[in-house]
Ligand binder design. Sequence first.
Ligand SMILES: Cc1cc2nc3c(=O)[nH]c(=O)nc-3n(C[C@H](O)[C@H](O)[C@H](O)COP(=O)(O)OP(=O)(O)OC[C@H]3O[C@@H](n4cnc5c(N)ncnc54)[C@H](O)[C@@H]3O)c2cc1C
Length: 470
Amino acid sequence: MTPLGTAPLDTAVLDGLNRILPIDSVRTDPAYCWAYSYDNSRRQGLPAVVVMPDNHDQVEQIVRLCNRHKLPVTARGLGTGTAGAAVPEHGGLVLCTEKMRACHIDPDNRVAVVQPGVTNGTVQREAAKHGFFWAPDPTSAEYSTVGGNLACNASGPRAVKYGTPRENTLGMLAVTGDGVRVKSGCYTTKGVVGYDLTRLLIGSEGTLAVTTEATLKLTPLPEGIRALRILFSSATAAARGVSRIMAQNVVPRVVEFIDADCLQLIREYSSTDISLEAKAMLIIEVDGPLAQLDHAVNAIENAVKDPALLECRGARNDEETKQLWLSRKALSPALRTIAPKKINEDVVVPVSRLGEFVTTLQTLSKEYGVHIVAFGHAGNGNLHVNLLVDPDDPVQMAQAKPCLAAIFNLVISFGGTLSGEHGIGFEKKEFVGLEIEPATLELMVRIKRQFDPNNILNPGKLFPAASLAG
Ligand SMILES: Cc1cc2nc3c(=O)[nH]c(=O)nc-3n(C[C@H](O)[C@H](O)[C@H](O)COP(=O)(O)OP(=O)(O)OC[C@H]3O[C@@H](n4cnc5c(N)ncnc54)[C@H](O)[C@@H]3O)c2cc1C
């Protein structure tokens, strides 16, 4: 499969696009295209044209036209992805979904039918009017789209109880690279006809098809939520607590872990009463019927009992819950202040190996002279490992590269996975071979060829360069 090169836009393509779309939905002026050239990875690639369809038929016609002309197509939500997946590395056409924002809630069937450009936050608000929510809850909910969430299998803290887009999407409508309409899944919560193409498309980062509609599974809002702050004098004790929490029968809705260095940043950048003795913190939330919340809190308190436990404090009201989360939310701005161009990975290890993983990260930090901090969704074993380096400093970067490779190797040796929610995009594609066996990777390449024979959909992403050659 030959990667496509960056080329100026053929006038036949432009004429074709202008026949499919109104004039203000086809933009070629470089200043306009520039705004669609990057995502949150800091990578950039200038597209030749940006189009804004508002329905499935238009998407189908656009992709068919591009396929005839072998023009790269990069689907784009709101460009908040962190792995460079929405960056048009090979130029071509950016298919922006910002005009595809329909959102219909069907409470009787606990379903939302949405176009891909609707934000996650809008879905949550519309669903809440009927007493429901959609489980995936990335921090970027207000400024990321459902199309982007599905393409990256993006989720957040609630995934530990409610799952990711893969567990919360019933069906999809999409267009393959050769312009074929794909209708996957069904409208019901049970169904087993044919292959599960919905799960295949979710997480495929726009490399197999452009999503034009999704049928989302909704969950009733819980009657109540209770939060706890739990402090430990060691990270391994906190990790032990996470394992014990996951081994008992009350499933918390949130299990967040914060390491010692992150706690120090929280102390420095916010007003908090976290003691200096604390070397790790868990933030736990349980939810459910009001009558069951005391039992759920007791179950968590019992699970985290440990000689290294310093404090297990339940928030008594909404204000205390807000304060608890404020300390967690102070972390990202603090990290951005001290290391604006940090490397942020989102690896996953089995919950039972979290303690060992966090300890080994500290060993690697010393070995490579790279400051590493870790926090994240511990209930899923999903940690955001941040290398606080300056990419403009060649000495630091020379150390960061092998350090990152050592972290990825460690993750795989622990039975983990390279990305829990941010995806592979451009940034991690050369490491994919560490996790996916050669024969399996070859099968994935064959699937890609079936969906996208001319490799026009998001070329240069997801697969190591060598695997798509030829
Ligand atoms: C401040 C911040 C916080 C974040 N927090 C989280 C978090 O808590 N959890 C998490 O998982 N992620 C998080 N992210 C990452 C990011 O928000 C998610 O990956 C999100 O799903 C991207 O959505 P988007 O609309 O911005 O997509 P984009 O960045 O525009 O695109 C992402 C990928 O989706 C593909 N795509 C978009 N639309 C379609 C479509 N219609 N059909 C096919 N492919 C499509 C693109 O081609 C690309 O591969 C965060 C990002 C930021 C900046």
